[in-house]
Ligand binder design. Structure first.
Ligand SMILES: Cc1ncc(COP(=O)(O)O)c(C=O)c1O
Length: 474
């Protein structure tokens, strides 16, 4: 097949996929793993199938994939398709390079530096340093590594006795902070989980108590991780109060703004992150609310030299880094060696819409979440399960008949929503309660699609309540 024919065939599929989001359809052709492995062929041939067969495989892949670009997709903290970002992703793959040296990625380096500068300014870190990383999880780990290096100078070089160290995070934080505790060498046990208030925000007085308890146990507190936009409830920890405590106690303050960082674009919503400018490091995922294709995530630190120290392993790489381009080799600020060009897609999208476009997007999403909440509040069979400040809408179905186990009912409702695949939302817990969490972070969502979601949920809830069997069975 000629190259031009190949590319045209590819483009046809891309256009069909993008257009399909606006036509009636399911979010996924839901098939349990045991069945899917029987009806598909993923074997790797000894002799190649040839280029024509590539399109059969692509078609099969698209048929089977979750249509994350559909407006009914409201499951994780990301969704939809930013077409300019997609173009950046394609061009980045086409021009395939690694971000470690200026030599190999000259214009991309300037682009990434411009993005980090602007995002740094937005969180109040002018003059700091940063890197695009593999995601918020990696950003949290980088923040804790920086904290470790500052509390125990040269620990990057000499190592540490992590069993004597203590870090603190809210009980509703993302699980990546636990992973980070493992990787930086303090272990899960030395990450203290701090109680939250009724809105899911870390309680500063509880933080003070836990710091005192850690000291009594002979541990050295060195880092507090706050969350701006928690995974389940979308809560924003009080950054000012926590930051003041962290610094008064001689600790580093890292802010996990993977989900909520985009609030900084909005004049009204940025108040949720008051005090971020006093923090020491922040991570912020552009692949979440800003809608860039996965992965696109920034880690920023106020004191630039700390990140350079944490990444000092690069100093031995004479085959990559040379003195002459010291200030422009981004690999000196990264834990990765080979690194994708994630900057291009964000830069193109940002140039297209400007700060004003991001602000409008974020405010639109919060307005849509208000609409969904108003529909829930207005219906006797639906109940909000958490106050809201962001676009996480946590609720459950409440049968009219008394005496049913609400956790069983809501687990069943959510399973049926998944199997019907007209919508995709997540199931989670708040305390002991099973809840349904829908998230507005997808540009295709409208009030109309949210109304249709409520109709579907009430219909399924009623089926469960009245003992109707499932529509689909596998
Ligand atoms: C609050 C929070 N922090 C960090 C992460 C991890 O982000 P990533 O998936 O980009 O590693 C998530 C993911 O949902 C999150 O909700």
């Amino acid at each position: 097949m000629e190259l031009e024919v190949f590319v045209n065939q590819l483009c046809e599929r891309i256009i069909a996929y993008i257009n399909s989001a606006e036509q009636p359809g399911k979010v996924v052709d839901f098939t349990p793993a045991e069945s899917l492995s029987k009806i598909t062929d993923v074997s790797l041939p000894l002799e190649g199938n040839g280029v024509d067969a590539v399109f059969d495989d692509i078609d099969e892949f698209i048929r089977r994939c979750v249509k994350t670009n559909r407006p009914e997709f409201m499951n994780p903290l990301w969704g939809g398709l930013n077409t300019t970002g997609f173009a950046g992703e394609v061009i980045a793959a086409l021009t395939n390079t690694s971000m470690y040296t200026y030599e190999l990625a000259p214009f991309a380096t300037l682009i990434e530096q411009a993005i980090l500068k602007r995002m740094g300014e937005l969180v109040g870190f002018s003059g700091g340093a940063g890197t695009l990383s593999t995601g918020g999880s990696n950003g949290n780990m980088l923040g804790m590594l920086c904290a470790r290096e500052v509390a125990f100078p040269s620990s990057t070089h000499r190592g540490i006795d992590g069993t004597k160290m203590a870090a603190f995070v809210s009980s509703e934080s993302h699980y990546s902070v636990l992973m980070s505790a493992n990787v930086i060498g303090i272990g899960h046990r030395n990450l203290f989980k701090i109680a939250c208030d009724a809105d899911g925000r870390m309680k500063p007085d509880a933080l003070l108590e836990e710091i005192a308890r850690a000291r009594q146990e002979g541990l050295t507190p060195f880092c507090v991780v706050s969350t701006s936009g928690t995974t389940v409830r979308g809560a924003f920890d009080p950054l000012k109060a926590i930051g003041e405590i962290a610094h008064a106690e001689g600790m580093w303050h890292h802010v996990d703004a993977a989900w909520g960082g985009s609030a900084m674009f909005s004049a009204t919503l940025s108040k949720l992150m008051d005090g971020v400018e006093l923090a020491d490091s922040v991570c912020w995922d552009a692949h979440k609310m800003m809608g860039l294709p996965l992965i696109c995530s920034a880690f920023m630190v106020k004191q630039s030299d700390v990140l350079a120290k944490v990444c000092a392993h690069g100093n031995v790489a004479h085959y990559l880094f040379h003195e002459s381009s010291k200030d422009h080799d981004l690999g000196r600020y990264s834990l990765q060696c080979g690194r994708r060009n994630d900057a291009l897609k964000l830069w193109l999208a940002w140039r297209e819409c400007g700060d004003a476009g991001w602000a409008a997007l974020v405010e639109k999403y919060v307005g849509l979440a208000d609409h969904l909440q108003s529909r829930i509040d207005a219906h006797p069979n639906l109940e909000m399960m958490s106050p809201r400040s962001w676009t996480n809408v946590c609720f459950r179905y409440v049968p009219a008949a008394a005496g049913m186990d609400l956790n069983e009912v809501n687990s069943e409702v959510r399973s049926r929503v998944m199997e019907n695949a007209n919508f995709m939302v997540s199931r989670s817990n708040i305390g002991e309660d099973v809840i349904i969490r829908s998230v507005i972070s997808n540009p295709g969502i409208t009030e109309h699609s949210l109304d249709a979601f409520i109709d579907e949920l009430l219909r399924i809830g009623n089926d469960v309540e009245t003992g109707m069997p499932r529509e689909a069975s596998f």
